[in-house]
Write a protein that binds this ligand. Sequence first.
Ligand SMILES: [Zn+2]
Length: 189
Amino acid sequence: MPGQVFIDRYAQATGARVALALVNDLVITPTQPAAEILEQVFAFDPESVADRPGQRVEEMTALAHRLRHVIEAMHVGDVDLAASTLNELLAEAPAVPHLVRSDDGTWSLHHHPQRADFVLAWTSLCAEAMALLIGEGHADRVHLCAAEDCGRAFVDTTKNGTRRFCSERCQNRVKAAALRRRRAAQAQR
Ligand SMILES: [Zn+2]
């Protein structure tokens, strides 16, 4: 199923994964101090770790809030709003595609100057990854969890595109609560 492969690729792009992690962990359900969350989100990337993400709390939280607006707009089907917000971010932090030669002589395409500012680089990477989802026709795959006490953002990579919850945990919890309500209603009759 080619559509499936493509949506997986965009959903798993580094910029998309980081965008969702920032929105979920900094804005929607923060469970730790922001500095610690940032250190964890970027622990996978040695270059970012060297930039000390925990020291950029204010700017990264502002970015997370703007990405949350984008995701909320996508969730309710307002693609125009999501696109214009992403265009603002991309204009503030444009990508600079260029080839970088590694030690073994191979060249790879990078999108940021080697010493790009941490916040600008990730603004660009996150915005570009979310923009790709829209540009490739997957705007309707970005959602907020339907569980009232959750609301975490996710990309629906299922074949049918009918996923409503961020996780099986939320799905089971909501189903169990609905079942309890039905049983309680029956018991009252
Ligand atoms: Zn959830």
